[in-house]
Design a protein around this ligand. Structure first.
Ligand SMILES: [Fe+2]
Length: 424
């Protein structure tokens, strides 16, 4: 999760804003005020997501890949303390000198850190102390915004913007991680009783012709982006058709009924080994009750909605499904070109979509120097790219060039797929 190809907050505001800024309406013209409002909005959204959870909920860590809610709240706060306040606010002293060790995630250049799989064992500081930590840092950030010299302000705003987009990424993880934790509980707890599954567009049917030839992909200005979305470069697309809609649960049930999880020929070798090792027979969080499939959702245990897009499937499963369907998965370039040309529906806000693209640097990519250069670049191996966004993605944090990435066996994110027909 990456540093920005910096676009100053002020310009974004004049251009109509981005993800982060759009949350803070109305949009003031003064960059300090605009940044303060954006900061307050994002910080409040994190607390809103955590507010549905008890202190006990917020401590649990259900697997090494997931983190406790309390940790997310503290880590996003440490990020501002480490990368914004300490370098920029004269005389700033950390709230607690020990917190850097507890709440640094993976920034080797920022110092030693607690073992990731053991985050759930940290019962102290408790939630109240983490709330106080957040308030302390919030006050200091606002003081910095008000007092920064004019010459210092662009760098303050640049780092603040990274911090806000970073926190938005953790807002999504708060939901995916607590759902994984709740899935370990035989009582199948509900995060939000009012939660409703996002509905696909009814007209999202059939396939769109992708125009073959050269096309630009990558972030081309007009808002925030992470560094992994750059540089813009040309890609060559072969003739293909891309599905307008997402693969549905009904289609997934057909795959299961046809022996999809029991047919090795459909699977990549690593995928089949994972199916056998993990005993996968359905998407994550699916359970059979009274002979009917149910799924644990943020709204609790619900009968599987056949019309809804399938979610919580791994890359291995998406790939096997596509092979079973006689199709393939789009590359990330095919996906981005299709999204820009409005050739696909439900691109954003429902489920992330696996692509067949390995996560690697774009031609000419260079990570920035220093600890923030660790945000994205060092993860560019052994993971697969997902495109779009999910219903857990914070408002405004979606764009056509966004590159999400996870290991091919991961399925605790809201991950689904759309198909590609290469005609072969
Ligand atoms: Fe982080």
């Amino acid at each position: 999760m990456s540093p920005a190809t910096s676009s100053p907050v002020i310009r974004r505001l004049r251009d109509g804003g981005t993800a982060t800024i759009r949350n803070a309406a109305p949009t003031p013209n003064d960059p300090r005020t605009a940044a303060r409002e954006a900061f307050r909005s994002v910080r409040a959204e994190t607390e809103r997501r955590a507010a549905a959870l008890s202190d006990e909920d917020q401590v649990v860590q259900s697997m090494a890949d997931a983190s406790p809610t309390k940790w997310h709240r503290a880590h996003t706060t440490w990020f501002f303390e480490q990368f914004l306040l300490q370098p920029q606010l004269a005389g700033y002293r950390p709230y607690d000198e020990q917190f850097a060790y507890l709440f640094n995630s993976y920034y080797v250049a920022a110092g030693p850190r607690h073992a990731r799989p053991k985050r759930g064992l940290v019962t102290r500081p408790d939630c109240a102390r983490v709330a106080a930590y957040r308030a302390h840092v919030d006050e200091a950030v606002e003081r910095l915004l008000a007092s920064a010299e004019e010459g210092q302000l662009p760098e303050v705003l640049r780092i603040l913007e990274i911090g806000l987009n970073h926190e938005q990424q953790h807002q999504e993880l708060i939901l995916t991680d607590i759902l994984h934790a709740f899935a370990q509980n035989p009582l199948a707890p509900t995060y939000d009783a009012a939660w409703q599954p996002p509905q696909p567009l009814a007209s999202a049917r059939g396939f769109s012709e992708l125009p073959s030839g050269l096309h630009p992909i990558g972030h081309c200005g007009g808002g925030y982006s992470f560094d992994n979305e750059s540089p813009v470069h040309q890609v060559y697309l072969m003739p293909a058709r891309i599905a307008r809609g997402l693969v549905s649960n009904a289609q997934w049930l057909d795959f299961m009924a046809d022996g999809g999880y029991a047919t090795p020929a459909l699977w990549l070798s690593d995928g089949w080994a994972t199916v056998e090792a993990e005993g996968w027979r359905a998407p994550a969080y699916w359970r059979k009750h009274d002979d009917a499939w149910h799924a644990l959702t943020l709204g609790g245990l619900k009968p599987v909605d056949q019309a809804a897009p399938v979610t919580h499937v791994s890359y291995y499963e998406a790939d096997a499904f596509a092979r079973w369907a006689g199709k393939g998965l789009p590359s990330e370039a095919e996906w981005e070109v299709a999204a820009r040309l409005d050739l696909i529906d439900d691109a954003f806000g429902i489920v992330w979509q696996w692509t067949r693209s390995a996560y690697s640097p774009y031609p000419g990519y260079r990570a920035q120097a220093g600890a923030l250069g660790e945000y994205n670049g060092k993860f560019m191996v052994n993971q697969m790219v997902l495109r779009g966004s999910s219903h857990a993605t914070p408002a405004g944090h979606s764009r056509a060039s966004y590159r999400n990435f996870f290991y091919p066996s991961a399925r605790w994110q809201f991950s689904g797929l759309r198909l590609l027909d290469s005609g072969g």
